[in-house]
Design a protein around this ligand. Structure first.
Ligand code: 1PR
Length: 535
């Protein structure tokens, strides 16, 4: 019966497991949710996608009696798949806000990556595995990339050796998956790892006898550089939600009607980019700064629909801030973000509000815990919080003309200026502030941002290449990943940004929307240039 073949899902309500649900359904299975510990004991097949922080998860599991049920279920060697935190919780303890005790089934302590080794933390992106032992669910991966996003990891040791089915190298070898009998857990996200990830889930869900091993392909070895497709979304004058694209942030046609440029439908384009091999898809609700995003239900609908068919990470930005609506009801930025996460976002991106928070933090040197960055990263983790920077170049004759960080620019300004500082803006570039991209990046990293999406208004939509001076400045200033954005016009621009700067990812919009350069060509070019990408 269907009830017998249903997959039991342990969702303790701490975050977004929508994508795991979508992936299971996409593979044709029904889902039964765990309500009581007995549901765990009676499961035929249990998936545990851990989300949120370690301590909070253990708290819920202990209080509800589910911790004990899980231990019993696993000790009986019943089919189990833990994902991400669902792997970490099997260990003895974690250093995350701790030490905090875990389920204690696997010897070892979960610790934080050490960013002093020159590797960026969180570890975000597509990485290769080293298979340590025969494990059916990993058989299709071979040496293709899978998607990781985490700051904590379990380490291989003599005591846990018999559990390890694969490791991953990110500055050090950490545990990428464990397996004993029918019990499996993976640190990466199969539900966000495209086709390769879906096959991990399929192999876990299908009877073993139906599985054949596929020949391995590719030659993944380390963290791949990501190629991200970005969709700037807004409502046009007719009231339809469209993908638009600006020139230096001006999205209107230069015609008599002055209409908003329409480059397609958000859900369709996102689906297309997933098929074309985008490593991530970002939606920026570009009028979010003036509209209340929770009133903007079409955007939530776009996320819901997209996440049903797109199995790579989704980021959404625009309008994330504390807000009081027309009826006087107050919404915290955390509530706004939560709604985005529930609708299928993996990361949220904060623009204007991050500028205000950074200004305040620099002025007072106090972390209040109240800024949107702090609130959201505390609950969902740093890796879920992206800060989008929208800077504009301000040329200088002399770097000491400002008290902000200035750099020598490759191309001098209109009056032969050899220096510039990068002025942050808010409200979609409409207002310049007295803070530079450099100062902002350092401040938001301290406040808990996990990644930076670095735009440049001067380069946006120009197709003349990324602002290498800016991207070098910022990617050398912080130890969180930096996404280079604005200005891609040819495949060579991508290899340039990856060879000349420490960017972890490159994002483009216009060339993909106008079908000038397919994502696949970008990847092939990068491979040819010896830059590792996911194929
Ligand atoms: O301030 O938190 O509400 O967030 C608003 C968000 O919307 C910010 O992330 C901001 O970057 C974005 N945004 C606001 N106005 C515009 C606009 O274009 N008028 N778009 C805008 C930003 C820049 C990139 C673009 C790249 C690549 N667009 O997202 O996709 O520059 O383009 P290209 O490859 O075509 O050069 P808040």
């Amino acid at each position: 019966s269907t009830a017998d073949s249903a997959v039991t899902l342990l969702d303790y309500g701490a975050g977004n497991v929508r994508s795991v649900r979508n992936a299971i359904r996409h593979l044709g299975f029904e889902i039964k949710d765990v309500q009581t510990p007995a549901d765990i004991l009676n499961a035929n097949c249990l998936i545990f996608p851990g989300v949120g922080a370690f301590a909070a998860a253990m708290d819920v599991l202990n209080k509800t009696g589910m911790a004990e049920a899980l231990c019993t279920y696993i000790e009986k060697d019943r089919p189990f798949l833990g994902i991400c935190l669902g792997l970490q919780l099997l260990f003895e303890s974690s250093e995350e806000n701790g030490p905090v005790n875990g389920l204690g089934l696997i010897p070892g302590v979960v610790g934080r990556f050490d960013s002093s080794k020159g590797f960026r933390v969180p570890h975000i992106g597509w990485n290769a595995l080293q298979i340590a032992k025969e494990t059916e669910i990993l058989d299709d991966i071979g040496n293709r990339h899978v998607y990781f996003v985490h700051s904590y990891r379990a380490m291989p040791s003599h005591e846990n050796k018999e559990w390890i089915s694969s490791t991953c190298n990110y500055g050090e070898d950490f545990i990428a998956s464990v397996r004993r009998g029918n019990v499996n857990a993976v640190q990466f996200h199969p539900e966000k790892s495209g086709d390769v990830g879906l096959s991990v889930l399929r192999r876990f869900l299908l009877p073993k006898s139906s599985l054949t091993k596929k020949p391995t392909a590719g030659k993944a070895s380390k963290l791949a550089k990501r190629v991200i497709a970005c969709l700037d979304v807004r409502t046009n004058d007719k009231g339809d939600l469209v993908v638009t694209k600006g020139d230096q942030y001006d999205v209107r046609e230069h015609t008599k009607e002055n209409e908003v440029r329409n480059l397609g439908k958000p859900v369709e384009l996102a689906g297309q980019y997933y098929k074309d091999g985008a490593d991530e898809v970002s939606f920026l609700n570009i009028t979010g700064f003036r509209d209340f995003p929770l009133g903007d239900l079409p955007m939530l609908q776009v996320l819901r629909c997209t996440s049903e068919n797109v199995f790579v990470p989704l980021t959404v930005g625009g309008g994330i801030r504390d807000f009081t609506d027309a009826n006087g009801r107050y919404y915290s930025s955390l509530e706004v973000a939560s709604e985005y996460f529930r609708s299928g976002a993996d990361k949220i991106s904060i623009g204007s509000d991050a500028v205000y928070a950074a200004e305040e933090y620099i002025r007072t040197k106090v972390k209040t815990g109240k800024s949107s960055i702090e609130q959201i990263s505390r609950v969902y983790g740093n890796q879920a919080v992206v800060v989008s920077i929208d800077p504009r170049r301000v040329y200088l004759k002399n770097p000491s003309d400002v008290e902000l960080k200035a750099v020598r620019v490759t191309d001098p300004g209109p009056n032969g200026e050899e220096y510039a500082w990068y002025q942050c803006t808010v409200s979609g570039g409409r207002e310049g502030r007295l803070i530079g991209a450099y100062e902002l990046a350092k401040a938001v990293e301290e406040l808990g941002a996990g990644e930076i999406l670095l735009n440049c208004i001067d380069c946006d939509g120009q197709g003349k290449g990324f602002d290498i001076d800016l991207i070098k400045l910022i990617s050398d200033a912080v130890s969180i990943p930096v996404i280079a954005s604005s200005g891609a016009g040819a495949v060579e621009h991508f290899s340039e940004v990856f060879t000349k700067t420490n960017a972890s990812a490159a994002l483009a919009a216009g060339i993909f929307h106008r079908k000038e350069v397919p994502i696949q060509s970008v990847k092939e070019h990068l491979l040819k240039e010896g830059i590792e990408v996911r194929i």
